[in-house]
Ligand binder design. Structure first.
Ligand code: C5P
Length: 240
């Protein structure tokens, strides 16, 4: 049974360049619970940025989309588990063995340390890839079929959930059931700019369609009042 409170459903994509800016935003966003760290901050600051965020009482979503041979990914996951990451991403395209090892090692390491196991999320086909790109890399399926194929493979191999575009939420829910987590970026409240996101959905709609977590960056972190933007989104989701 999933019991995620509303404030935890909004994951802040901390896509900024400087640590001080990131930490100031985290302090401002008092109600937020989960902060997503990607290549930008992680490659620049390493594990210290994770620690800094955790010290401010937030959970870390480490979005590095791991994809390598099973053993290499597993050892990366071991380290992330050690650093008490709450959520992390791997590529389903790494295949069954890679996914299974990732899940196994996360369980093993978390048990050893008696800490919660990080939630492992699989990325399927990146939304930047179109049909012609799939053909170029030798995938004959269309994007939708391949997203579904990879999502099923990842779930069968033990991941906790899938990262997908809001436009894929319904298709996935119908096919993978209620239990797996669905995490979606590409979210825009009606009052915010779309930026470079092309196919967007409002927070309320995405949750109604079955998303468990929404990844939201610029509408919050670039708002003149980030805390207010965050709370406005929560209120909108709550409204009937
Ligand atoms: O600022 P914005 O709300 O667009 O940020 C969305 C976050 O989700 C960014 O960190 C971006 O890298 C990520 N993302 C995305 N679209 C995808 C996959 C990931 O926007 N298809």
């Amino acid at each position: 049974m999933k019991n995620i409170d509303l404030e935890e459903k909004i994951i802040i994509a901390m896509d900024v360049e400087e640590k001080e800016r990131a930490l100031n935003l985290v302090r401002m966003l008092r109600h937020a619970k989960i902060i997503k760290i990607g290549y930008r901050l992680f490659i620049k600051y390493g594990v210290s940025i994770l620690k800094n965020i955790q010290k401010l009482d937030k959970k870390v979503f480490l979005d590095l989309k791991l994809h390598d041979i099973p053993n290499t990914v597993a050892e990366g996951i071991r380290q992330a588990t050690n650093h008490k990451v709450f959520m992390l991403t791997i590529h389903a395209l790494g295949g069954k063995e890679m996914i299974k090892r990732a899940v196994e090692v996360a369980n093993e390491e978390a048990d050893k340390l008696s800490i919660p196991k990080p939630k492992i999320l699989a990325v399927t086909i990146l939304t930047s890839l179109k049909e012609k790109d799939l053909i170029e890399i030798g995938i004959q399926n269309n994007v939708k079929d391949e997203v579904l194929n990879l999502a099923k493979l990842a779930i069968e191999s033990g991941v906790d959930g899938i990262v997908c575009s809001p436009l894929e939420i319904e298709l996935l829910r119908k096919n993978i059931g209620k239990e797996p987590l669905i995490v979606t970026p590409g979210i825009r409240p009606l009052w915010s700019q779309k930026n470079d996101q092309k196919r967007v959905m409002t927070p309320k709609e995405a949750i109604e369609k079955g998303a468990d977590y929404l990844v939201i960056g610029r509408p919050i972190i670039q708002a003149s009042n980030p805390k207010q933007a965050f709370l406005k989104i929560i209120d909108e989701i709550r409204e009937n």
